[in-house]
Design a protein around this ligand. Structure first.
Ligand SMILES: Cc1ncc(COP(=O)(O)O)c(C=O)c1O
Ligand SMILES: [Zn+2]
Length: 402
């Protein structure tokens, strides 16, 4: 069923095309997740020739009728930077960071939020809601503000980075703290959207979020002028790995690329239910009490686990696990040797490279998902000096380059 609108919603479980989305973004037949298929004819060559900033350059690949006004504040189009010093440490020659911390609110969430809030606006949504470990809250708050729609965010009462929470407040969202972790916050949100149709769900189960985030793949291909061998990224709720894989698959279906990268999903040791299932071959089982310093991926029951399984399985990739210590080491090295300040979750893929031992000549892209400025809780203290001896104290304590 192609339909005049140029895209359709399909269930990933039973394959049924969905005429309408249920409030919880699931299939009305089997309750599995939905996925968007863009069915309009896309001219592969002109896809990359469009103008305009960021993700909306690729509007032909997005699920909207021509003429829809995007809710945009400049998302996407983030830099791909070489990280040669880090590469040398892990035995690679071609390592790049896709710096999605440079999105308007400082994380990759802005890509999907722009698309999903545009959808919400066309549907006339009254209020937008999400559960969040912080970045989704910040992003939703900003895009809802831009669209002139109320935003409600539900976060774990403890452990959310103060910078992210501060953003949600500053953009004018109503913020609720639950006594529990992210998975419990999300369960609360699901409960609410099923009961009260004023709320439109903005977590990454919403397939419109995935459409915005898939554009990362388009951009990487364009910036590298080739398909990377590996894309390595942190996995929490598993939306982003599903989205980027979808983007590469679409490019292949359009005949633009002939091969696809292997997708490597990285989880933190204490919050690795996907990696555990993949490495053991056992069925996926949620983890009740996820623990890690990387709060953005402190998730025990990733809703998009099935999509992530497909991304890793179909691409021939793998799942990797890193310890908190390895994450913090990689975070420090990225800042101090690459000038790249990322949050802990975003350091996880780099940390994984230390033990993944990918082929030296492989072209590898790590997704730096979020900006370290949001969470500076672990930086060092100042060296305090006395006014009378300021210059001398500094001079005597600093060695090195002259
Ligand atoms: C900085 C950062 N990295 C990675 C993730 C994980 O992304 P996903 O939930 O799509 O797997 C998140 C999610 O909150 C995040 O904020
Ligand atoms: Zn179904």
């Amino acid at each position: 069923m192609s339909g005049p609108k140029g895209w359709e919603l399909v269930c990933i479980g039973c394959g049924t095309p969905a005429e309408t989305e249920l409030p919880d973004s699931t299939c009305s037949t089997c309750r599995d997740l939905l996925e968007i298929r863009v069915t309009r004819k896309i001219d592969g060559r002109s896809l990359f020739g469009g103008d305009g900033p960021g993700i909306w350059r690729f509007k032909h690949a997005l699920p909207f009728a021509p003429g829809v006004e995007p809710v945009s504040i400049g998302e996407g189009g983030t830099p791909l930077v070489r990280t040669d010093r880090f590469a040398a440490r892990v035995g690679l020659h071609n390592l790049h960071a896709k710096n999605d911390g440079q999105n308007p609110t400082g994380s990759f969430k802005d890509r999907g939020m722009s698309v999903a809030v545009t959808r919400a606006k066309t549907l006339g949504a009254k209020a937008l809601i999400c559960a969040s470990t912080g970045n989704t809250a910040a992003s939703l708050a900003a895009y809802a503000a831009k669209a002139g729609i109320d935003a409600v965010v539900v976060v774990p009462r403890a452990g959310v980075a103060s910078g992210k929470l501060g953003q949600a407040f500053a953009y004018g969202a109503k913020v609720f703290g639950v006594d529990g972790n992210f998975d419990q916050a999300l369960a609360t949100v699901f409960d609410l959207v099923r009961k009260d149709d004023r709320f439109y769900l903005m977590n990454s189960v919403n397939p419109f979020r995935i459409e915005g985030q898939k554009i990362t793949a388009y951009e990487i291909y364009e910036q590298l002028a080739r398909v990377p061998d590996y894309v390595v990224l942190p996995v929490g709720n598993a939306g982003n790995i599903s989205a980027i894989w979808k983007g590469f698959k679409e490019l292949r279906e359009l005949g633009i690329i002939g091969s696809v990268p292997k997708m490597i999903g990285v989880q933190a040791e204490g919050a690795a239910p996907l990696a555990a299932a993949i490495s053991s071959g056992e069925p996926f089982r949620p983890l009740a009490e996820p623990r890690t310093v990387a709060s953005a991926i402190r998730i025990g029951n990733p809703v998009s686990w099935k999509k992530a399984f497909s991304a890793i399985g179909e691409s021939g990739g793998r799942a990797a696990v890193v310890s908190d210590e390895e994450i913090m080491d990689a975070k420090e090295t990225l800042a101090q040797e690459e000038g790249l300040l990322v949050e802990a979750a975003s350091a996880a893929p780099f940390a994984a490279l230390v033990k993944l031992k990918l082929p030296r000549g492989a072209t590898v892209v790590c997704i730096a998902t979020g900006n370290g400025l949001k969470d500076l809780s672990d930086h060092g203290g100042t060296h305090n000096i006395e006014p009378a001896t300021n210059a001398d104290s500094i001079a005597s304590s600093v060695g090195g380059r002259r």
